[in-house]
Design a binder for this molecule. Structure first.
Ligand SMILES: [Ca+2]
Ligand SMILES: [Ca+2]
Ligand SMILES: [Ca+2]
Length: 421
């Protein structure tokens, strides 16, 4: 259950991106001519865009002249001949198979109260082995883009400000049901507040506000245009509400995705701090995934509760950056930036109880929570000032344990372990 490789969400570039039309009658699915595929359309000008929008139902308006929609292969081929548009098939995103099994079985029994209120990762990031509760993050939003969140969980209910679904229809719909568990676990590490009676579990920044955005289905599958739409929606919400916002993406792919990367750049341009998992494909060099590998996303590596060379150790599963660009304390594409606890992490689960799982997916919300906590204490800071502060905190706690970790900035742990104290 704690095998980390099974937890990280990998974007798998499927050979066939065809999406079957949903039907109550399974027999009709074999009718390939009616099968629809998810497509991104970019028109050269607004009139062309309008004309195409008239033919197809828009799923997401992603850029000024670009939108995603669904169409048949035949329609896709026809549109490819139109010189005024560029059409590309939208990449599909899936979880690793093991978490699908877990979601299907949902075998963890719901516990009314946690066996630990401040798990090892919380004590470690607070740098206090006697830490019994947490505090901070007031007024800062943490957008968790994941499989959804059980917003009725006793230790999360009071933190929820938004709960939206980007996987269900062509518009943002309310509801963010987590039939998987992953998203609820991630949210708990960032901002679980111990519940109304204070007897529950604590995340890093319990006064922060949760924006639970479901971008992956309960089976762990989803589409990159839905993720991109959620990133852009987060940025627009942050702008319209005038609030500081951190995006947590405990998901990734070995390949760069243009819809997601342009959305990350958009969010960053709007002052949103983007934190993303490094991936679970370590310990070899160059295994870091996207969007973490992007310059505008803070890539987070996972630490184990093991000491080596006098520091915490980077887990073997944690994806590594490149030796060619490490050591300079400058973030380039493909660099690991910060490390945080990510192995054997105990947190909230979608059945209302708790579960222990591992992955850079678990390390990421520790950093997102820390960012919210620091931002609440320094509300005048921009996201780039906040990022510099996180980097400085990491520099102050160099990580030297684990494959590739050495003194100073390295390709396994980045600048080091960013902590509260
Ligand atoms: Ca990065
Ligand atoms: Ca570097
Ligand atoms: Ca180091």
């Amino acid at each position: 259950m704690t095998n980390s490789k099974k937890i990280f969400m990998s974007i798998l570039l499927t050979a066939s991106l065809a999406m079957p039309t949903f039907s109550a009658n399974a027999d009709t699915i074999s009718n390939n001519t009616e099968e629809k595929i998810r497509v991104y359309v970019e028109a050269s000008d607004t009139p062309t865009k309008s004309a195409i929008k008239g033919k197809f139902k828009v799923r997401w308006e992603l850029t000024e002249n670009g939108f995603s929609t669904e169409m048949t292969e035949k329609q896709f081929s026809a549109l490819q001949k139109n010189k005024k548009v560029q059409v590309t098939k939208v990449q599909e995103v899936t979880l690793d198979t093991d978490i699908k099994v877990r979601a299907a079985n949902n075998q963890v029994a719901a516990a009314e109260y946690p066996t630990q209120q401040t798990p090892w990762g919380i004590k470690a990031i607070y740098n206090n082995s006697n830490q019994t509760t947490t505090s901070g993050g007031q007024g800062i939003n943490i957008a968790v883009l994941d499989t959804g969140v059980n917003v009725n969980h006793y230790d999360l209910a009071n933190t929820v400000e938004q709960c939206k679904n980007f996987t269900g229809s062509t518009t943002v719909i309310s509801g963010c049901n987590d039939g998987n568990g992953h998203g609820t676990h991630v949210a708990g590490s960032a901002l679980a507040d111990g519940g109304s009676d204070g007897a529950g579990i604590y995340g890093v920044a319990p006064q922060a506000d949760l924006w639970a955005y479901k971008v992956l289905g309960d089976n762990g599958s989803g589409y990159s245009d839905d993720i991109a739409a959620a990133i852009r929606h987060t940025a627009d919400q942050a702008t319209s509400t005038g609030t500081k916002t951190v995006i947590n993406m405990s998901l990734g792919s070995s390949a760069n995705n243009s819809l997601i990367s342009s959305a990350v750049n958009y969010a960053y341009s709007k002052g949103v701090l983007v934190v993303a998992a490094a991936g679970n494909s370590g310990p070899n060099q160059g295994t870091i995934g996207y969007p973490g590998a992007l310059v505008n996303a803070v890539a987070v590596a996972a630490l184990e509760n093991v000491q080596q060379n006098g520091t915490y150790r980077v887990a073997n599963f944690s994806s590594r950056g490149y030796a060619s660009t490490d050591g300079d304390y400058v973030i380039q594409q493909g660099d690991i930036e910060i490390s945080a606890p990510g192995a054997a992490i105990y947190s909230t689960w979608n059945n209302g109880g708790y579960n222990t799982i591992s992955g850079t997916s678990m390390a990421t919300p520790h950093v997102a929570g820390l960012a919210a906590k620091i931002w609440a204490q320094n509300p005048g800071w921009s996201h780039t000032q906040l990022r510099s502060d996180l980097q400085n905190r990491a520099k102050n706690y160099d990580i030297k344990g684990g494959t590739g970790a050495t003194t100073g900035d390295d390709y396994a742990s980045g600048f080091g372990f960013a902590r509260v104290n």
